[in-house]
Design a protein around this ligand. Structure first.
Ligand SMILES: Cc1cc2nc3c(=O)[nH]c(=O)nc-3n(C[C@H](O)[C@H](O)[C@H](O)COP(=O)(O)OP(=O)(O)OC[C@H]3O[C@@H](n4cnc5c(N)ncnc54)[C@H](O)[C@@H]3O)c2cc1C
Length: 420
């Protein structure tokens, strides 16, 4: 079957891999000039089933309300900059009950755990080195009360198979000696023992090469404007240069742009952009930072980081402010605070490169997978803050759905129609 995939981020390329492996003739199209240039290029690199909590939770509305008046929250909304978000926002609020939040976390966790296994299998089968480190992740707390609440919350993931240890400051230093000089600033940590990290651009581009060796084509620099459908089937995609491309099946994995393209065939995807900031610094030679093994999340600032080879990647913030991806020095304040507080000597902070990019967020949290609208249209989009973690699993599920195979895990709660 000829399959056209729209979007060459980590989600589109992993979809291409599974479809090519199963014998399809795959073409991936992307409006950018290279694969993995948007959200897939800016992420913190954490493979974090141990952080699968849905953002829509009983505490989220308070945090978002607070962001209207104060400047220090990691989760922010600006209704003036994101006027089209009202319906999405209402759906998000509906998901903030304890019951829905638990259900959504369960769906995400199951997919994330499965996906990590698929990622490990791909990298082993295809010999892909993506600066991956398999030594767990630390979820760090500075405040005792928040730490205790975090430990209570993490119990849910433990009960669902995640191996997590609770560490005091000495335990943190034992796990990651690099924190010895700053251990007094920490109340404790939850150690996601089986979580990992790596460079999603390296992974995606190396997987692109694998796909090309299997015969897949990558057509870059061409933006899809719409689907052309007749008789209940997509016949082709139309490009912004007036050309089109036909196929037997189509997979939409265009990140935050998926809803706009899906609308051309009447499919409404509740995916909104949540902007984040991303900084990459060269690791400083000689002070031991090159030995840093464990990626982290500062649970107070909600800043995440890991070492990717000889670079330090640090990311922050989730702002519902529309589609733009500009940033200024003020936007980088949480990244600056984190590196100042906990990693003051780790990197050459005057040599940073920066970007802002949009996470494709669904209101409930899990991505949207499977067939929707026309018979031959399949969605693989909306992976939010965990797209690197969930991409391989979601792509394997979508490939199996296209092939009519039984999926390895249930897709209940992941398709457009199986969400309440
Ligand atoms: C700051 C930040 C930190 C993050 N940290 C983590 C983390 O630590 N761990 C984790 O698991 N996840 C993390 N994420 C989330 C993860 O990066 C995303 O969920 C994931 O990259 C989404 O992948 P994608 O392929 O769906 O989207 P993208 O990478 O955005 O790719 C979509 C592609 O579609 C293309 N496209 C769009 N419109 C069109 C069009 N009209 N025609 C053709 N092509 C089109 C784009 O050019 C793009 O290449 C983070 C995200 C951000 C922003």
């Amino acid at each position: 079957m000829k399959v056209v995939i729209i979007g060459a981020g980590v989600v589109g390329v992993t979809t291409a891999y599974y479809l090519a492996k199963s014998g399809h003739q795959v073409t991936v199209v992307d409006k950018e000039s290279e694969v993995a240039t948007l959200a897939s290029a800016g992420n913190a690199g954490l493979i974090a089933p141990g952080h699968s909590f849905a953002w829509a939770s009983p505490t989220a509305p308070k945090e978002l309300l607070r962001s209207l008046t104060v400047d220090d929250t990691a989760l922010r909304v600006n209704p003036l900059k994101a006027p089209g978000m009202a319906l999405w926002g209402l759906k998000f609020l509906r998901e903030c009950t304890a019951e829905r939040s638990t259900r959504n976390t369960t769906v995400k966790l199951r997919l994330a755990q499965y996906s990590q296994r698929m990622l490990d299998q791909i990298s082993a089968d295809e010999h892909i080195d993506y600066d991956d480190i398999h030594e767990g992740l630390l979820y760090l707390y500075r405040d005792q009360k928040r730490f205790e609440a975090g430990v209570k919350k993490m119990k849910f993931l433990q009960d669902h198979g995640q191996k997590q240890d609770v560490l005091d400051p000495d335990g943190i230093v034992e796990a990651e000696p690099y924190f010895a000089p700053v251990k007094d600033k920490l109340a404790g940590a939850i150690y996601g023992v089986t979580d990992s990290s790596g460079d999603s651009v390296k992974f995606t581009r190396k997987l692109q090469e694998v796909c090309e060796r299997m015969g897949s084509k990558f057509v870059v620099g061409k933006g899809v404007t719409r689907f052309n459908a007749t008789a209940g089937k997509v016949q082709s995609v139309a490009f912004d240069d007036g050309e089109s491309m036909g196929g037997d099946a189509f997979v939409l994995s265009a990140g935050v742009q998926s809803p706009r393209i899906a609308r051309s065939v009447g499919v409404k995807l509740p995916i909104a952009p949540a902007k984040g900031y991303s900084a990459t610094f060269p690791i400083k030679a000689g002070d031991g930072a090159m030995k840093m093994r464990i990626g982290c999340v500062d649970e107070e600032l909600l800043v995440a980081w890991c070492r990717m080879g000889d670079k330090l990647r640090v990311t922050s913030s989730a702002e519902f402010t529309g589609y733009e991806t500009t940033y200024d020095e003020h936007d980088l304040r949480l990244i600056r605070k984190l590196t100042h507080d906990l990693l003051p000597e780790a990197a050459e902070y005057d040599k940073g490169t920066y970007r802002a990019c949009n996470r494709p967020m669904t209101p409930d949290g899990p991505p949207i997978l499977g067939q929707a609208g026309p018979d031959n249209l399949f969605i693989n989009s909306g992976h939010g803050h965990m797209g690197f973690t969930m991409a391989c699993g979601s792509s394997k599920l979508v490939a199996d759905v296209i092939d009519g195979k039984k999926t390895d895990i249930p897709i209940e709660g992941l398709t457009l129609t199986s969400r309440p």
